[in-house]
Design a protein. Structure first.
Length: 190
């Protein structure tokens, strides 16, 4: 099982809810918080905007920089197409695409995909082992839980006025200091 940023037991303990709620409900909040934090962290990844295949050789086209992936690397492909997804070993690469062989792939003409997929290379750091990432994820999970239980118990907006919705733009602002050293530069635009 992959390491998680916040466990069900940690969230139950922080909230003091014991076994009052089902595991599925609590785990859903944990996963939502983890997904929010993961969306802001800097991973060795690129967006995939198109694909094609000849025989059993698949080629995926990367939005920005395929140079970070080299022949022989094993990458993880997500949200592209069924037989393209999963761990793939790169057999050819250039500045805009990478290729790999997979017996499950069949010939497909070049075409764009929407929404874009993602390809992940090896990561030098495991964010699940960092206390600051774990704490930020727990704080967001607590906020999500509390918003579900009492939706009108809002937060404070940037102009210090009460807000009826605590899942607003200040959600990440409350934990940005914990995550500052690990935030993706591209995620800071806007």
């Amino acid at each position: 099982m992959a390491a998680t940023y916040v466990t069900e037991a940690e969230l139950r303990s922080a909230l003091g809810i014991g076994a009052l709620y089902s595991s599925a409900v609590v785990e859903e909040v944990c996963q939502a918080a983890e997904n929010i934090v993961k969306g802001k962290l800097w991973f060795n990844s690129e967006s995939v905007y198109a694909l094609e295949a000849t025989g059993t050789t698949g080629r995926i086209y990367l939005y920005e920089n395929a140079d970070r992936f080299i022949v022989g690397d094993t990458v993880t492909v997500e949200n592209v197409r069924q037989h393209f997804n999963g761990n793939q070993t790169i057999t050819k690469a250039n500045g805009i695409w990478i290729e790999f062989v997979n017996a499950q792939i069949t010939t497909r003409a070049y075409h764009n995909i929407a929404p874009w997929g993602r390809v992940y290379g090896t990561q030098a750091i495991d964010y699940a082992t960092l206390p600051e990432v774990n704490q930020a994820t727990l704080m967001i999970a607590v906020d999500i839980w509390q918003a579900r239980q009492a939706s009108n118990a809002g937060g404070i907006s940037p102009d210090f006025q009460p807000s009826p919705y605590r899942m607003g733009n200040t959600l990440m602002a409350r934990v940005r200091g914990l995550l500052a050293d690990h935030l993706a530069p591209g995620g800071q635009v806007g």
